[in-house]
Design a protein. Structure first.
Length: 352
């Protein structure tokens, strides 16, 4: 089956990454479209396109402030039609957004917004990476906590921002933090959850979402869900925000049990984090990818999977600790085999 890759660049046009992902997903669900990629023309995004074989000459020259469209479709005509549909979808979303608030009433700078909300203590930042650190620093200096959704922020900027936040006793969640729930308010890619005794600090947004969903299904809610960004437990950053999150949850009367989640952390940072939780005075469940569960000691329980983490939490708070997954492993293997039998012999992709 033939395929065509069609691309386009709209100069100096910015759209929020969440909005762009929504449109990309909608286009990718079309039967005639293999892949759709709509994003800002940052170096990181262009590297992704190169890795998946979709970087065209048109897109190579795009800058970080340009909007890029790349579609892989069954034919050139379909690809062009899909590009037109993408631009129409973005225009429709833009129009819908503008109806909610007059453009004259939308603050264009942090300073303008802060004047209208002097009681606010939280800033959600979603701007291109090169500008994100400046906006986050403004908020921290105004004694506001920050959720830094933006990525492409340098390690140096991240380190400086987190040091400043820690000095002020504030949160700097991110960069690239997509999931959090603070005082019952879901931020980013998060679910509305029941209130409960479990406080979570995580350097894995998908891990946070999966764990909180498993607990919520069993009637166990959360006090706080603090995302820290995927690089927080690196040697360079040193787990600054995970330590800050532990400190906050340790003194939070609503939190009875603390859970820590992370992709593989630096070994030295792991030791520092464990030292921090030992002084929390609360039971702690740790799910650091690659850690071994047999190291349980001094009130710290290690787990190997998110499901195991949920079961340990349920057991500690007195909930029924039976398996959180209703389907056992053998059944899952059989289901996977049956689904794979439905694939065409030359099939390379699935949609999930």
């Amino acid at each position: 089956m033939g395929k065509s890759v069609i691309s386009n660049v709209i100069p100096r046009t910015y759209h929020d990454s969440v909005r762009l992902m929504e449109v990309s997903k909608e286009l990718s669900n079309l039967d005639s479209v293999q892949r759709a990629f709509i994003a800002m023309g940052t170096d990181a995004n262009k590297r992704v396109l190169e890795q998946i074989g979709l970087l065209t000459d048109v897109v190579k020259d795009a800058g970080a402030n340009d909007l890029i469209f790349v579609v892989e479709a069954k034919s050139k005509a379909i690809g062009k039609g899909t590009l037109a549909k993408a631009e129409a979808l973005l225009a429709k979303i833009e129009k819908k957004t503008s109806k909610k608030a007059s453009i004259e009433n939308i603050p264009k700078t942090f300073e303008q917004a802060y004047k209208g909300f002097t009681d606010a203590n939280f800033l959600f930042v979603s701007v291109p990476g090169p500008y994100a650190a400046l906006e986050a620093s403004k908020a921290l200096n105004a004694n506001m906590n920050v959720m830094l959704f933006s990525d492409n922020v340098s390690l140096e900027d991240e380190l400086n921002l987190k040091k400043l936040a820690a000095q002020k006793g504030l949160l700097l969640m991110g960069p690239g933090c997509g999931t959090a729930l603070i005082n019952g308010v879901a931020l980013g890619f998060a679910n509305v959850l029941d209130a409960g005794p479990v406080g979570i600090v995580g350097a894995s947004g998908t891990g946070l979402q999966e764990l909180t969903t498993l607990l919520n299904r069993r009637g166990v809610g959360v006090s706080q869900v603090i995302g820290v960004g995927g690089r927080d437990l690196s040697d360079t950053i040193g787990g600054i925000m995970m330590k800050q999150g532990i400190s906050i949850l340790s003194s939070d009367p609503k939190t009875e049990l603390i859970v820590l989640i992370s992709k593989p952390p630096d070994i030295t940072v792991t030791q520092a984090i464990l030292k921090e939780v030992l002084s929390s005075g609360k039971p702690v469940v740790v799910n650091f990818l690659g850690e071994i569960g047999s190291r349980d000691h001094d009130g710290i329980i290690f787990t190997e999977t998110i499901e195991d983490t949920a079961e340990k939490v349920l057991s500690l708070i007195g909930n029924n600790p039976s398996p959180v997954l209703a389907t056992n492993t053998n059944t899952l293997i059989r289901m996977a085999h049956n689904e794979s039998e439905r694939f065409a012999k030359d099939q390379k992709y699935i949609r999930g």
